[in-house]
Design a protein around this ligand. Structure first.
Ligand code: AMP
Length: 408
């Protein structure tokens, strides 16, 4: 071990586990790529204001968890704590919404940073694959995204996840509910911090995990009773569409999510094998976000699935992904001359598109064959002086164990 270790709350992805991460990213993005979503990549940091305005000044993400920095040029930046605000910023900047082809459907994959208290499944650096559909208000779009996330998890073999669904109302009905909730909450016996939360983000109080708080919330006004007719109809349509697709979900009135920009549809994917950090992904509609960051009105919907927690979920369910071996042919030279010749063969194979690897370092036959086995290669090429003198190499089929001499 060196003097240095990965910073607190982070970990390295190393083989062989790293292959699972790649496969998970691939599996989550595949349904998106097949559904008209184009790839977008944005910087790992943004102007801090983007998140303050977009994600919300009252959220934990912005007040407590953001990695902020001042550059030598006095710019105030933040490592991105989430993807949606950046993607929308980039789409607006590139005028993608003006190309006359709404919704703009985008997918992304990358690293995100939150200064959280590290624990199992909660890291300071984590990885998400996300999707955003920008510029269209259509319940079919909300349904599409939920169905595609469900498809992604299923394609990985996950079964023990649940989909929680809620509607947060819109700019007409949510403020009315917010006020009714505040009036109710102000009369409760709550600590100072929670009392402050009532004033800036009362819906988050519903999310409080403490039993004594939850007990007082039994008779809290329900958002459902305040939804306007348009929001109700919209939500019913989303529910009907995902039901028709055979996707099972649970209505969860308490689902508010930790970001301020959500309106109407909100959803979360939870996995029952993960303990307290059970959310493997989440998302929803954010009809007001574009205007909040200075853009035009662009009703949008999206989600982000956590790659780290998806891998943990696979491990919790005991799902082993069927990852094909990366090496097809492994070359084992015995002696100097064979090294040169077989390395030439390996180079030729690679150029012909056949994945090949080589026993480096002049090891003996036994150690080299161990490496060949570990590589998962279907065939091993072995050659010593005598083989070369005869103009052959030994081709070993690693499945049957059969070995045949083939001409070089
Ligand atoms: P959020 O933007 O908070 O809704 O996060 C979306 C998904 O990203 C979550 O469901 C998690 O799977 C993942 N995620 C968020 N924060 C973390 C974290 N600190 N560590 C690991 N995964 C995270």
């Amino acid at each position: 071990m060196s003097t240095f270790q990965a910073p607190k709350g982070t970990y390295d992805l190393t083989p062989p586990r790293s292959a699972t991460f790649l496969a998970v990213r691939e599996a989550i993005s595949a349904p998106l790529r097949d559904s008209g979503y184009g790839y977008i990549e944005t910087p790992g940091f943004e102007n801090v204001e983007l998140f303050a305005r977009g994600v919300g000044e009252s959220t934990d993400i912005v007040t407590k968890e953001m990695y902020t920095l001042t550059t030598k040029g006095s710019d105030q930046l933040a490592l991105r704590p989430e993807g949606t605000a950046s993607v929308l910023r980039a789409a607006l900047e590139a005028n993608l919404h003006k190309a006359g082809n709404l919704p703009v459907k985008l997918w992304y994959s990358g690293s995100y940073y939150r200064y959280e208290r590290p624990q199992a499944g909660r890291y300071r650096h984590f990885s998400q694959v996300g999707a955003e559909a920008i510029g269209t208000e259509d319940p079919v779009l909300d349904a599409e995204l939920i169905i595609l996330a469900d498809q992604a998890y299923r394609s990985l073999g996950l079964r023990q996840f649940r989909i929680l669904l809620n509607s947060l109302g819109d700019k007409e009905c949510r403020p009315v509910y917010r006020e009714a909730l505040q009036t109710f909450l102000r009369d409760l016996d709550l600590d100072e911090e929670t009392r402050r939360r009532i004033e800036i983000n009362p819906l988050r109080v519903l999310d409080d995990k403490r039993a004594d708080v939850q007990k007082q919330l039994t008779d809290a006004p329900k958002l459902r009773d305040y939804l306007c007719d348009a929001c109700k109809a919209y939500h019913e349509e989303v529910r009907a569409l995902i039901t028709a697709a055979g996707v099972v979900f649970e209505d969860d009135e308490k689902l508010v999510r930790g970001l301020d920009y959500y309106t109407r549809t909100t959803f979360e994917f939870v996995h029952d094998g993960l303990g307290s950090q059970s959310a493997v992904g989440g998302g929803g509609r954010y009809d007001g976000l574009s205007e909040m960051i200075g853009g035009p009105e662009l009703p949008s919907v999206g989600w982000a699935l956590g790659v780290d927690r998806t891998v943990l979920a696979l491990e919790a369910e005991g799902v082993e992904l069927d990852l094909p071996a990366t090496t097809s042919v492994y070359a084992v030279p015995l002696g100097e001359e064979a090294r040169r010749v077989l390395f030439g063969v390996v180079t030729e194979l690679r150029r012909a598109g056949i994945a090949a690897d080589f026993a480096f370092g002049g090891r003996g036959l036994k150690g080299a064959m161990k490496s060949a086995n570990r590589s998962g290669a279907r065939y091993t090429l072995v050659a010593g002086e005598r083989d070369l003198a005869e103009g052959v190499v030994q081709l070993k089929d690693m499945e049957s164990g059969e070995q045949t001499a083939v001409p070089l």
